[in-house]
Ligand binder design. Sequence first.
Ligand SMILES: CSC[C@H]1O[C@H](OP(=O)(O)O)[C@H](O)[C@@H]1O
Ligand SMILES: Nc1ncnc2[nH]cnc12
Length: 290
Amino acid sequence: MATTRIGVIGGSGLYQIDGLQGAEWVSVDSPWGAPSDQILTGTLEGVPMAFLPRHGRGHVHAPSEVPYRANIDALKRLGVTDVISVSACGSFREEMAPGHFVIVDQFIDRTRARPGSFFGTGCVAHVSIAHPTCALLSTAAEESARAAGITVHRGGTYLAMEGPQFSTLAESRMYRDQWGADVIGMTNMPEARLAREAELCYASVAMVTDYDSWHPDHGEVDIATIVATLGANADNARALLRGLPSRLGPGRAPCPHGCDRALDHAILTAPEHRDPALVARLDAVAGRVL
Ligand SMILES: CSC[C@H]1O[C@H](OP(=O)(O)O)[C@H](O)[C@@H]1O
Ligand SMILES: Nc1ncnc2[nH]cnc12
């Protein structure tokens, strides 16, 4: 049986985690550029874990400039099998209140200025993202959150916007009333797409910080409101993460939802027409099938 290795991508407010045995910040070279930061590696209850702050320590990278491909490639290169994305988000639902966690299971992608795939001319691939998150990993995250006493909502649609400005009032109302989005953030796309292309199980834990701008009693979202909630949310996220190793276990069976086999039959470019340079860059992401 393969070995579980948990990758954590920490969002706004979550720039480090504690409690890892043998903790060490390591640099990982990627053919897709430099990852957001070094990656904190170690083990938790005997299960290897790798933590990468999405915006870098000190919050250096804007959402449009996060090196999403390098981040996913670097985690894959470290042998990560399961990626937990932790993100701050605004809420479009009264019942999804600041401080609550939402285990996202769908996305609407409104980003427009980010490379969205590892593949392209010279190696074309089409993976399914109809179900963009892994239900098994999401269940582990949900149960761990509940055990930590966090109010958690299972399932929700995350609207990924480009940013960095927040939404207009018209957009906020449209996403909520017409499009049926539940939460909003700026980073889970293309991250989730790339995780699927890299055959990684991916679960998204969205931590509510605000009601965006639609709520008549809360006015418009501002960064002060968000920062006021980030600290407590980050503490809860660390508690959730501590409960993951015992739920996932050290040995890893094939994913029952097929996340780890997403590239089976996905590559359309005939072997003799593949670009050797691109194929070389895909060594970690797609080496299993190339
Ligand atoms: C801190 S406000 C906006 C910022 O926070 C979220 O970041 P992340 O998803 O990495 O937690 C949001 O997507 C924006 O990037
Ligand atoms: N309202 C909001 N819109 C976009 N990203 C966010 N991150 C936290 N709150 C947000």
